[in-house]
Design a protein around this ligand. Structure first.
Ligand SMILES: *[C@@H]1O[C@H](CO)[C@@H](O)[C@H](O)[C@H]1NC(C)=O
Length: 178
């Protein structure tokens, strides 16, 4: 009887260990944390909320989702499907591009990568730190930008590509974002 109990306890421990390994995989393990990451409605909500919560924190008006900009972003993302390159399209819109290795990137993570450039931006001098880009961030918080439209795709090599278009564009030389 005691042996059976010990065996059961042992099995319980082993399965608990296996379970914790499963939910805490090593860094090299590819896991799909969020099965909803490519649901278009979720992607739109994450992109819009990501921008607007940042803007709200600075008392800036929220951006509105815009289908014209979304179509344009989709067109440009498709142009880049073959190389996934951080190349800008040629338009009068503001444009932020994110590239991530592999397909395990959410739209929120793309927005957070741009937002992280805040630490490179100096409001007093209205400049980015030397050799650092902060213009993705300044476009996000550009007061007079009112419309946003984005696209998120998986490139042919499996990497993640996110493009956002902004109208009117920000990053006007000599002006502060807000
Ligand atoms: C969407 O953005 C475009 C600018 O590209 C603008 O002309 C248009 O009025 C916007 N659409 C809506 C519904 O607000």
């Amino acid at each position: 009887m005691a042996n059976t109990t010990n065996l059961l306890l042992f099995l319980l421990l082993v399965s608990a260990l296996l379970f914790s390994l499963l939910i805490h995989p090593s860094e090299s393990t590819v896991i799909h944390r969020r099965s909803t990451k490519s649901n278009p409605k979720v992607v739109v909500a994450e992109l819009l909320n990501g921008h607007n919560s940042l803007r709200a924190g600075l008392n800036l008006p929220p951006l509105q989702w815009n289908t014209t900009l979304t179509s344009y972003a989709k067109w440009w993302a498709n142009q880049r499907r073959g190389d996934c390159a951080l190349i800008h399209s040629n338009s009068d819109y503001g444009e932020n591009i994110f590239w991530g290795q592999g397909d395990d990137w959410t739209a929120t993570e793309a927005v957070e990568a741009w937002e992280a450039e805040e630490s490179y931006y100096n409001y007093e001098s209205n400049t980015c730190m030397p050799n650092r880009d902060c213009t993705h961030y300044t476009q996000m918080v550009w007061r007079t930008t009112t419309f946003l439209g984005c696209a998120k795709i998986k490139c042919n090599d499996g990497d993640t590509y996110v493009v956002c278009e902004y109208y009117p564009h920000g990053n006007v030389i000599g002006q502060r974002p807000y």
